[in-house]
Ligand binder design. Sequence first.
Ligand SMILES: NC(=O)c1ccc[n+]([C@@H]2O[C@H](COP(=O)([O-])OP(=O)(O)OC[C@H]3O[C@@H](n4cnc5c(N)ncnc54)[C@H](OP(=O)(O)O)[C@@H]3O)[C@@H](O)[C@H]2O)c1
Length: 332
Amino acid sequence: MEFRHLGRSGLMVSEISYGNWITHGSQVEEEAAKLCVQAALDEGITTFDTADVYAGTKAEEVLGRALKGVRRESLEIFTKVYWPTGPGRNDRGLSRKHITESINGSLRRLQTDYVDLYQAHRFDYETPLEETLKTFDDLVRQGKVLYIGVSEWTADQIAQALKIADEMGFDRIVSNQPQYSMLWRIIEPEIVPLSEKEGVGQIVWSPIGQGVLTGKYVPGQQPPEGSRATDKSGSAMIARFMRDDVLARVQELKPIAADLGLTMAQLAIAWVLQNQNVSSAIVGATRPEQVRDNVKAAGVKLEAGVLERIDEVLGDVVERDPAKTVSPQTRP
Ligand SMILES: NC(=O)c1ccc[n+]([C@@H]2O[C@H](COP(=O)([O-])OP(=O)(O)OC[C@H]3O[C@@H](n4cnc5c(N)ncnc54)[C@H](OP(=O)(O)O)[C@@H]3O)[C@@H](O)[C@H]2O)c1
């Protein structure tokens, strides 16, 4: 495994992180979840990403159990707050009340006294930014949270938060968690340049396009049994890539991966890691073999010619519009 700084902070994270959205507490049984976490640890992954909302809070519990007994100092545990965790109107968003209640629930479920990174899972238009940032700052002072990050915030929102933090002396955001892959490059025009300047690192999600970039979904054929595209909790989100034009172009990446002696998953993960503003690529897995396959992307260097071949193959199926970074206008 290779390691990078999380943005400009002193925290080191593994280039490849393990995330448990859709899998733990939902798509896969607890035993499979534990085997994946064990494979991640065996392969040198130290960074684990979850969220209060995943599997209706069950994902944090599963991760807490799977990491039990592992030396806490050897791990970086990331979680998030924003999406609903209960039926009440205050069980969501980034108010002082919900953040304070949610971190306590997360710590209990994860069986830890602190999380290394606490992330605002979207922007909350219904809470003053000062209220959110002050509450995060309080959690840092209380030692419940070591670093603060955001997820799917626009460049303007990140810039606004950094300005307030600097003016008020609050802890600064060190990371953003956006979707980023060969197919989804919307952070490149605005978010990456701002983040490079401000010392914010990207911890990118769905680097394999939720499995699509492995090439296992073939145009005109049924998705393989048990894959995310067949799972009721996963199929809605993966749908944006399950189009014949996208799947056909992805098939054409196979010779590029083969020429480099890489699997398709490794090529996809290595691709996001070529961007030096990326601190870590968070991969998901339903089976330990997938984790063992994916980690081999750490440290892989892709030459400029390879990147050009990839761009030629994918052509106009790549999404680049920065306006696709959005948070709900009202709380979900
Ligand atoms: N901040 C946010 O809003 C947000 C949103 C989404 C995700 N995330 C984070 O990012 C993490 C990763 O997201 P993701 O799970 O969508 O990422 P991904 O790594 O692009 O996709 C993971 C899925 O692809 C398949 N897969 C993985 N490796 C494979 C391999 N070597 N060969 C074949 N299939 C393979 C598996 O699904 P199957 O076996 O079922 O096909 C696996 O669950 C999440 O767990 C979460 O921590 C954050």
